[in-house]
Every structure is written in C-alpha cells, then in structure tokens.
Design a protein around this ligand. Structure first.
Ligand code: ZN
Length: 248
C-alpha cells in the first residue's frame, strides 16, 4: 500500500493539480492533513478535488476558521482578510463539509495523521523545543503532520538522538527518501501543497510506502503566475500573493 499524503493545500488549485500529475501511478490511497482552504483563490474547487480523492481528511485551523467553527481572532490581519473572503466564496454545502471534518490524530495501520501536533491540532512543531517532547510521547512509530508548511520533519534515531529531516535544495521530482528504522521515531511533514514556507516556492507532498517502510518527499513547480493572477483578480492581499513566489 502506498499513500499519497497532502497537506496545507490552501485553495491553490494549480499547485494541487501539479502534485497529482507528478504522483500519478505512484499511490493507492490519499490522505489529507488539513488546511484545504484559506489564503488561495480556489476554495470550492480545491475542496471538490480533495474530497473526491482522499480516503481520510482531517481538519486544519484554516478549515475551522473559514467554516466559522472558530473565529479568526488569533490570525494576523492578512490571514483574517483571506479567511473572510474564503467564507464568502464557499458554498453552504462546502461549509458543512469543512465543519464536519474530524480533528487529528487519526490512526491508520501503524501510523497517525495530525494537522499540527499529536496533543494539540493547532500547535506548530517548528524545532526541537516542540518536536522533542512530541517525539518522546508518540503513540505510533510514525506521525505525519503539517501546519508549519516546512517539508521534512524530525526524528529520534534508534539510539535516541534527535535529528531534523531535511530535503531542501534538490531538483524537481523525488528529492529525498527516508527509511524508517526499527526503534526510531518519526514526525514527518510532507510540506505544503499550496503555500510552502521553507524558502522553496515549489509545491510539496510525500508518499508513504507501507511495505517498504519508507517515505518519499517530492517537489514540483506549478503555474505560479496563474495562481497569483487569480488572487489579484479576487483582490486578495498583495503580501499573500508575493509570498507564494518566495516560498515564505
Ligand atoms: Zn496551513
């Protein structure tokens, strides 16, 4: 079994379609770690695609805010503007769909999926300060998370040493393969499909190979100019348009 793992799509249809194109023929089922919407110009189309494709979808903080399950009070002003715009665009049916999404963690085989962190769906696992306690209390050997929009993650080696998992600066396509070792613990971030923040603007995703005990990280360029033009046409805030090109 091979799982395509998508996270933080953020209404970016061009990025999503490019990921699906690259992943074609390489996976059996799809899992989504949340944040289908928010920031980008195509919330309804992104939901339709992911919903049709994914076996399991958990909610992200933007899914909650854009569907009115939470207010956007803790968001910065630009994210809040994009949240309000998204709320106006979403069909009532899609709002209902987002509101009904389960929170993480969800257990699958021998691993879990979460949006932010295993104990708190809204927590950011940015570095050892947050990741080390999380790794020490993992319920399964491997947990997939998103929310930070940084591809890679963190691990404890079988000897208990903490390491960051890095996959930056590689050519398009399959960039990095990480094999899971017996006794190791892993927090794996597939990266963000629609709004990467790790300094690389290309869309990111991962594929988990259950039989081979490994995860593959992928990166692909997409029609950035088209997404940015749609955002301009929708009068979405300029810094949100620019950051897509910077991967920040
Ligand atoms: Zn996100």
């Amino acid at each position: 079994m091979r799982y395509l793992i998508l996270s933080d799509i953020h209404s970016n249809l061009e990025a999503l379609e490019e990921c699906l194109e690259l992943a074609q023929g390489k996976y059996d089922e799809t899992l989504c770690l949340g944040d289908l919407v928010g920031y980008g110009p195509d919330p309804n189309a992104a939901i339709e695609q992911v919903r049709e494709l994914a076996k399991v979808i958990i909610r992200g903080n933007h899914d909650k805010a854009c569907s009115g399950l939470s207010d956007a009070a803790e968001f910065n002003p630009l994210a809040r503007l994009a949240t309000e715009w998204t709320r106006e665009q979403l069909t009532p049916e899609h709002i209902g769909f987002l509101r009904a999404l389960p929170p993480g963690p969800v257990n699958l085989d021998w691993f879990q999926i979460v949006h932010g962190a295993p104990v708190d769906e809204d927590e950011y696992l940015l570095g050892p300060g947050q990741a080390l306690p999380a790794l020490r209390s993992l319920a399964t050997q491997v947990v997939f998370f998103g929310h930070t929009h940084y591809q890679g993650g963190f691990m404890l080696t079988p000897k208990g040493r903490f390491q960051s998992i890095r996959c930056l600066g590689k050519p398009d396509g399959l960039t990095t393969v990480l094999s899971f070792e017996d006794g190791g613990r892993y927090l794996v971030n597939p990266g963000s499909v629609g709004q990467p923040r790790d300094g690389d603007w290309r869309a990111a995703f991962a594929i988990l190979d259950v039989e081979s005990d490994l995860v593959e990280y992928y990166r692909t360029p997409y029609d950035l100019a088209k997404t940015q033009q749609k955002m301009r046409d929708a009068n979405l805030p300029d810094p949100l348009i620019r950051r897509l090109g910077l991967g920040r």
